[in-house]
Unconditional design. Structure first.
Lengths: 114, 113
């Protein structure tokens, strides 16, 4: 498809387990963002990749969270030793411009930590 | 203080009425501004950019007030389909990575017959 693809769409895990969330941006988009959205809340910035520049990791809530982007395309967000407060929808978005442009979001990965 | 703040609402609006709401931002270095729309349990989608001189897109009008550091969105002749959460988005330079887009918590609008 032509849009941003995220997987899995739903993930239920036990507290303490590690999870990996994947984002496949629109082909050719240089900017990639991860946000998370808790129920009824706004979007919380996590991390931003722009081309080959060092990513802006300022939004990652703890060292249990990490993300990488391989070859300037697919990105993986990893959460180690998940906690119940990590439960949220994790949204990935990509953009075609170096400057601020329209963000195209995926449908999100809904994470539930039991 | 949050970097981008919005009244969460809900704003209950009769069909056909006009509704307006604001978004304030704290960082004076912010350069670009946007309104996104998010339907229930869906991903956000761009509604419109906000230009310095203000801009209109059909029934929607966006304004920017740099001196007071807020942007506004006005919806005229509200339709039932306008019911959604409206997210304010602010961009500022962010070191080597280039830009950081920060979302407000959203303003919920409910248009009723």
């Amino acid at each position: 498809g032509a849009g941003v693809s995220q997987s899995p769409s739903n993930k239920v895990t036990e507290k303490g387990k590690d999870v990996e969330l994947r984002c496949d941006p629109i082909s050719g988009h240089t900017a990639l963002y991860w946000y998370r959205q808790s129920l009824g809340q706004g979007l919380e910035f996590l991390i931003y990749f722009q081309g080959n520049s060092a990513p802006d990791k300022s939004g990652l809530p703890s060292d249990r969270f990490s993300a990488e982007r391989t070859g300037g395309s697919v990105s993986t967000l990893t959460i180690q030793r998940t906690q119940q407060e990590d439960s949220a929808v994790y949204l990935c978005a990509s953009s075609s411009r170096t400057g601020p442009g329209e963000l195209f979001f995926g449908e999100g990965s809904r994470l539930t930590v039991l | 203080r949050k970097e981008v703040e919005q009244d969460p609402g809900p704003f209950n609006v009769p069909e056909g009425a006009t509704v307006a709401f604001n978004c304030t931002y704290s960082n004076s270095a912010s350069q670009s501004f946007f309104w996104y729309r998010q339907d229930c349990r869906k991903e956000p989608k761009l509604l419109m950019s906000v230009y310095s001189s203000g801009n209109e897109d059909g029934r929607f009008t966006a304004q920017l007030n740099r001196a007071s550091q807020y942007i506004s969105l006005l919806i005229r002749d509200s339709k039932l389909s306008d019911s959604a959460t409206y997210l304010c988005v602010v961009n500022r330079p962010s070191g080597a990575a280039g830009n950081k887009l920060t979302f407000g918590g959203g303003t919920r609008v409910l248009v009723k017959p």
